[in-house]
Each structure stands twice: as structure tokens, then as C-alpha cells.
Design a protein around this ligand. Structure first.
Ligand SMILES: Nc1ncnc2c1ncn2[C@@H]1O[C@H](COP(=O)(O)OP(=O)(O)OP(=O)(O)O)[C@@H](O)[C@H]1O
Length: 313
């Protein structure tokens, strides 16, 4: 059974379709990235999947439960970290955990154990004694994750879990998400491509409310992105362009200015041929080579190709 299943899930606001017939299946215990630029419909989808908003049409199932705002057994199976989690700043982190456990009707003994266990998991055991009002954004986000895990959810939804964090805060949250994978299904919406590359097994890309593709990160990279050569010379690289563009397997060759440096970017459809033949062309050109690198494709290449440069968040 899939952890999450969406069938033609649609949300309209008046005449505007924010999510348009989303079909999606998410396997159990994976970290699934829901990727799209600003306004793509990510929050709209997450709100419906967590029962916070009603679909205009279509259906969704999470852990086998049909998603409806009134389905209480759905509530017991999911955890949710909203994009801007709200806390009572006068409570200590531990008090906030206990309060969340009470809402889920944990017994006092169970609640205390769970609070300590989760505060340790998110590295807030010591800070848990202090008031949330004094926490950094990263600490609040980790507390938000601990809170979302209080009921041992089968599926944890996170809406943009790292977008407001500094690099250290992001690293800590991503490490935490990695630790959860295997035991919990994690569905995270994000527009940060490197986060997807770092922690997600599979990814769905949406744009303007429509699903563009859903596949494993590796599959997407294989299918949509090509490796590129980055080449630099002591001299102006333009003379070599014509030579390169004559080769049938060269897809693009262009010179970009990066600060003081002129870099030649070459994309090839036949990587093996390009690897053996480009060095020959360089040697014949008489230019002085200073840098030659084969860059590996990234999810960013895929995203830009599928969603377009303009939509890059
Ligand atoms: N309550 C609402 N009424 C009208 N339009 C809405 C409402 N909520 C969202 N929208 C619109 O639906 C579209 C999708 O919004 P949504 O918040 O789901 O995008 P998102 O992918 O989460 O973007 P972001 O990364 O900016 O949060 C946007 O154009 C937004 O303006």
C-alpha cells in the first residue's frame, strides 16, 4: 500500500485552479520531495493532504485513510510541520512537547517519555528547559519537527522545512530528516533544489498547479540533464567554438563571463565521444588550457529544463 495516493486532486479558488488534477503515489518510508517554484501549488496540496482544506474534486488517501477534514483516524496517523510553525513562546520546549502530547491524548507517563526521546532526537534536550521565545529559527524548526512526531505518525508532512533557515540550521534539519527516513514516510514541499538532492529518494515537480514529472532523483538526472564540460583558456575561447559546433554530438557550446573569467560551456549528447575528442580539438586550437572539468548533472539542471529559467526560485 502506498503511504500517499492522490487521484485527480484538484483545488480551485473561485475561477483560479491552484492544483489541477494531481495524480501521485508515494511509497512507504521514503523521503519524498514535492518541488516547485513559488505559487506552484505546494502548500495547497499539503493542506489538502493533511485534512486542513477540502479538495474541490478528486481524492487522496494517506496511510490508507481517505483524507477529509473530519477523518479523526487520519489525524492520529500523520504529523504536520507547517511553513510557519506557531509556538507559545512563554512555554519551555519541553512544556510545549507535553502540551502537544496531551492534545494527542498520550498518558502522562507516555507523554514524558516521548517528550524526552524526541527532544533528544532533535538535539534540544538541554534547550528544552528554556523558553521557546529565546530559540533561534533553526531550534524552533527542530522543535516543530519533534512536535509533529509526538503521535508517532506514519507520514510526516513538512511545508518548506528549511526555507527560513541559515546554512547551519538547514544542515541540522536535513540531517534530522535523513535520520527519519526508513521509519517514517516524509513528504516535504520545497523550492530548494539542493535539499531535494541531499535527502529525497523521489521527487515530484509541479508548476502552475500541474504535475510535470515524478520519479527518483537519479532517474530524473539521467533522463533530463546532460553533463557539461567547463573549459578555460588563458586566451579568449571564442575561436574554438566554431570547431566544436561542427561536431554532430555537441548540443551546445557557449562562452559565459563569470566575473573576470571567460568560461566555455559545452554540452554533448554522446558523452563518451566528447570525452575522447574534445581534448584533441583543444590541442589543435593552439590555445593554452588552464581548466578542464566535466561537471555532473544536478537536479537544478533538470528543474530549469522542466520548469524554465524564469520559474527558478
Ligand atoms: N486562499 C486562497 N485564495 C486564492 N488563491 C489562493 C489561496 N491560497 C493559495 N492561492 C493561490 O494558489 C496558488 C498556489 O499557492 P500555494 O501557496 O499552494 O503555492 P506554493 O507552491 O506553496 O508557493 P510558495 O512556495 O510561494 O509557498 C498561488 O497562485 C496562490 O496565490
Amino acid at each position: 500500500m502506498d503511504a500517499i495516493l492522490c487521484q485527480k486532486l484538484t483545488k480551485k479558488f473561485g475561477d483560479f485552479t491552484a492544483l489541477d488534477g494531481l495524480d501521485l503515489a508515494v511509497e512507504k518510508n521514503r523521503v519524498f520531495g514535492f518541488l516547485g517554484p513559488n505559487g506552484a501549488g505546494k502548500t495547497t496540496a499539503v493542506r489538502m493532504l493533511t485534512g486542513l482544506s477540502q479538495p474541490t474534486s478528486g481524492k487522496a488517501y494517506v496511510s490508507g485513510e481517505e483524507v477529509t477534514p473530519r477523518n479523526l483516524s487520519l489525524r492520529s496517523k500523520i504529523g504536520f510541520l507547517p511553513d510557519v510553525p506557531a509556538f507559545y513562546s512563554w512555554m519551555t520546549g519541553r512544556e510545549f512537547m507535553l502540551f502537544s502530547g496531551e492534545l494527542h491524548k498520550l498518558s502522562p507517563r507516555e507523554n514524558n517519555l516521548r517528550a524526552d526521546e524526541l527532544l533528544e532526537l532533535v538535539d534540544l534536550s538541554e534547550a528544552g528547559k528554556r523558553r521557546v521565545g529565546g530559540y533561534s529559527r533553526g531550534m524552533k524548526q527542530r522543535l516543530g519537527i519533534a512536535q509533529a512526531l509526538v503521535n508517532k505518525p506514519e507520514v510526516l508532512f513538512m511545508d518548506e522545512p528549511t526555507s527560513a533557515l541559515d546554512p547551519m540550521g538547514r544542515r541540522d534539519v536535513l540531517n534530522l530528516i535523513e535520520r527519519l527516513s526508513g521509519d517514517t514516510t516524509v513528504f516535504m514541499s520545497t523550492h530548494i533544489l539542493s535539499d531535494v538532492e541531499r535527502v529525497c529518494d523521489r521527487v515530484a515537480i509541479i508548476n502552475e498547479g500541474k504535475l510535470i514529472t515524478s520519479a527518483s532523483v537519479e532517474e530524473l538526472k539521467r533522463k533530463y540533464s546532460t553533463s557539461a564540460f567547463e573549459i578555460q583558456f588563458e586566451e579568449e575561447p571564442t575561436p574554438i567554438l566554431t570547431q566544436l559546433l561542427k561536431m554532430p554530438y555537441i548540443k551546445t557550446a557557449e562562452v559565459r563571463t563569470e566575473g573576470e573569467v571567460r568560461v566555455l560551456y559545452v554540452q554533448a549528447s554522446d558523452l563518451a565521444k566528447a570525452k575522447t575528442e574534445i581534448p584533441g580539438v583543444i590541442a589543435q586550437s593552439g590555445l593554452t588550457l588552464t581548466h578542464y572539468e566535466l561537471t555532473t548533472p544536478s537536479i537544478e539542471d533538470v528543474f530549469i529544463q522542466l520548469v524554465g529559467n524564469g520559474a527558478k526560485a
